[in-house]
Design a protein around this ligand. Structure first.
Ligand code: CUA
Length: 370
């Protein structure tokens, strides 16, 4: 087989693959299936603009094909008729595109104003992008933080939520495709984005701006829930609620202390508390707040399910699980991993994880591990 033929077949094969991918049924990040007013707005422009562009494409390509066939050179000494200018045609192909683009512009600008509108009376959440996870701080009417979580943004279903977005390090982009278009989060700047979900569900999203080694591992979820359920979640995640505390045992290896107490001591001794906050225990602000670690279905940028196997693997060597991870390998022994896991499992209520799209509650910790 010659090279050209091979190349053509390769391109054909890839095109078929791309086409088949469009047939997928389960597409949690399908931008063409919006499930909220702020994703429907841009979607409502895509269709008419695509239609207009399609018609223009067919018309122009049709004329080109027609010209190529009808006016091709039929003999070696044939010369085309020489013409110069045609006022009617020139006016037409100037005015028609102006009218079309003005129509598209009108549609677009009205949606831009709609999307740009601020909602000061809606629930306010500060979103901070980090390498490589998301911090979500819930604010009260005065702008004071009342609750905090990471990677999984809980919102009440059918209500507007105003996000105030910034970054702690580099530029990231917040993108839950079914709920909103993507918006960059930029250090030293606040960008605004409104989201609203039609139904109670998990909405998947990801960072959409290359932000370093684990850019691909920077996902997010929006958990939309009935108002009462959301209120319960918010109350449980209040920054005023202290986490469980345990008496500090002298050494993590003390034979008298239980795994949970030893884990608590390790948390303070191994430096975990320098980076992670736990209400009433530690105030670290580098990594995610762990006060309600268990009430999240995922961890580390929403890439791992929050079960014991994944957590143990993570504690064993974070950068091996997630390239570039700022959490270092602490060279913990298997016994220490067991103790830290035991302590982390006391933080937060797994019943607050919300309901997965399949309608089943997210797995409870340990349930997946025999
Ligand atoms: Cu954050 Cu890409």
């Amino acid at each position: 087989m010659n090279k050209t033929r091979l190349r053509v077949m390769g391109i054909a094969f890839c095109s078929v693959l791309v086409l088949i991918a469009g047939c997928a049924k389960d597409t949690p990040q399908n931008v063409l299936k919006p499930e909220g007013p702020f994703s429907r707005a841009p979607d409502s422009i895509i269709r008419p603009v695509f239609l207009i562009a399609g018609l223009v494409f067919v018309f122009v390509e049709g004329l080109i094909v027609l010209a190529v066939v009808m006016f091709r050179r039929r003999s070696d000494d044939e010369r085309p008729e020489q013409i110069h200018g045609n006022t009617a045609f020139e006016l037409a192909w100037t005015i028609i595109p102006i009218v079309i683009l003005a129509g598209v512009g009108f549609l677009t600008v009205s949606k831009i104003f709609f999307l740009d509108k601020q909602h000061p009376k809606a629930l306010q959440v500060q979103v901070i992008g980090h390498q490589w996870w998301w911090e979500f701080n819930y604010l009260d009417a005065k702008g004071k933080m009342v609750a905090r979580t990471a990677n999984e943004l809980h919102i009440p279903v059918g209500e507007k939520v105003q996000l105030r977005m910034t970054s702690a390090d580099v530029i990231h982009s917040f993108w839950p495709p079914k709920l909103a278009g993507k918006i960059d989060v930029v250090p030293g700047r606040t960008n605004n984005l409104a989201i609203q979900a039609d139904k109670a569900d998990f909405y998947y999203g990801q960072c959409a701006e290359y932000c370093g080694l684990s850019h691909a591992n920077m996902r997010l979820r929006v958990v939309s829930q009935p108002k009462a359920e959301f209120e319960a979640w918010l109350a449980a995640n209040s920054v005023e609620t202290p986490a469980n505390t345990y008496p500090i045992v002298n050494a993590a290896t003390s034979s008298t202390a239980s795994d949970v107490e030893k884990g608590y001591t390790l948390f303070l001794q191994k430096g975990c508390s320098g980076c992670h906050a736990v209400n009433g225990v530690a105030k670290g602000a580098v990594g995610p707040d762990l006060t309600n670690f268990n009430s999240r279905a995922t961890f580390a940028g929403a890439i791992f399910p929050n079960d014991d196997d994944s957590l143990r693997a993570w504690l064993r060597n974070p950068p091996a699980e997630k390239p570039g991870s700022l959490m270092p390998n602490l060279k913990l022994s298997e016994a220490e991993i067991t103790q830290l896991t035991a302590y982390l499992r006391t933080l937060g209520d797994p019943a607050l994880r919300g309901v997965a799209p399949s309608g089943q509650a997210a797995a409870t910790p340990g349930a997946a591990t025999p």
